[in-house]
Design a binder for this molecule. Structure first.
Ligand code: MF3
Ligand code: CO
Length: 266
């Protein structure tokens, strides 16, 4: 069942999405070697509640934290923990907010210090692929057009591994709505996109092979070859002619550039 949002609902969804962006920007200002991801998770929960919202992920299907924080070879759904971040780590921070009846859900990958040129390239290419997918999120296109654009840029062009087991999704009153949005597929296939469809588009791209496994905790997804993986996610409303990005990376990128502990050049 696909829910197309009204303009009033889209306005509320933009608020929820922007609160995720603001939370990620706040976290971007705090990242440094020596900080634990558990302390970041605590700040994330407080920041969201201070803005009259709830952290979506907490207790979602039993998920035990406010956020998913995935370091290096963890692809997604990493548990915040007491390990200290190290120079050269990459860290995907994925946050959900529930406000005014709608969810925001997006993610950003940061580099703590310099992880090396090849990893910085993986970060750059994954972010580029997200925007290439978003360009296709216009009325009349199909889900497969988004999927193909992401796979083309990452797997075909750069030889990276596109994770198959996890996909993007519709977003709204529920965190996961139809349709699924894979990061691989064929052009001209799948659900036709109509104005008012809100999608969480989220490439999960591995430096090495595409294969992943889930740890004993039932959540943490890791690359089989233990090479790094990068995750970016935006909340996007399908429109005629041009996709409407409800989330906002510009404030996250500004905070990232202002933090000397973070590496941004690719
Ligand atoms: N952004 C992820 C998703 O879209 C995170 C959800 S997992 C959760 O599926 F359990 F933490 F909520
Ligand atoms: Co998501």
């Amino acid at each position: 069942m696909i829910y197309y949002k009204t303009e009033a609902e889209i306005a509320l969804m933009r608020e929820s999405a922007l609160l995720v962006s603001k939370t990620l920007a706040h976290i971007a200002g705090l990242l440094k070697p020596g900080i634990t991801t558990l302390s970041l998770d605590k700040v994330i929960g407080e920041f969201i509640r201070d803005h009259q919202a709830e952290p979506t992920f907490l207790n979602y299907k039993g998920y035990p934290f406010n956020s998913c924080i995935s370091v290096n070879d963890v692809v997604v759904h990493g548990f915040p923990d007491k390990n200290e971040l190290q120079e050269g780590d990459i860290i995907s921070v994925d946050i959900g907010t529930y406000k005014n009846g709608f969810h925001g859900d997006h993610a950003y990958t940061f580099a703590i210090g310099n992880p090396g040129e090849d990893v910085m390239k993986l970060i750059r290419v994954t972010k580029e692929s997200l925007y290439k997918g978003i360009e296709k999120a216009i009325a009349g296109n199909r889900i497969g057009d988004i999927a193909y654009a992401i796979q083309e840029h990452t797997e075909k062009k750069h030889g990276y591994g596109v994770v198959r087991e996890l996909v993007g999704h519709g977003l709204g009153k529920m965190l996961h709505e139809d349709p699924q949005v894979p990061n691989y597929g064929r052009r001209g296939t799948g659900q036709v996109l109509r104005e008012g469809l809100v999608l969480a588009i989220e490439p999960m791209i591995n430096m090495g092979k595409k294969d992943v496994y889930t740890e004993e905790d039932g959540w943490t997804v890791r690359t089989v070859d233990h090479k790094p993986s990068v995750h970016f996610e935006h909340d996007v409303c399908v429109r005629k002619g041009k996709a409407d990005i409800l989330s906002d990376y510009s404030i996250i990128e500004a905070a990232e550039k202002n933090n000397p502990n973070l590496f941004t050049k690719a």
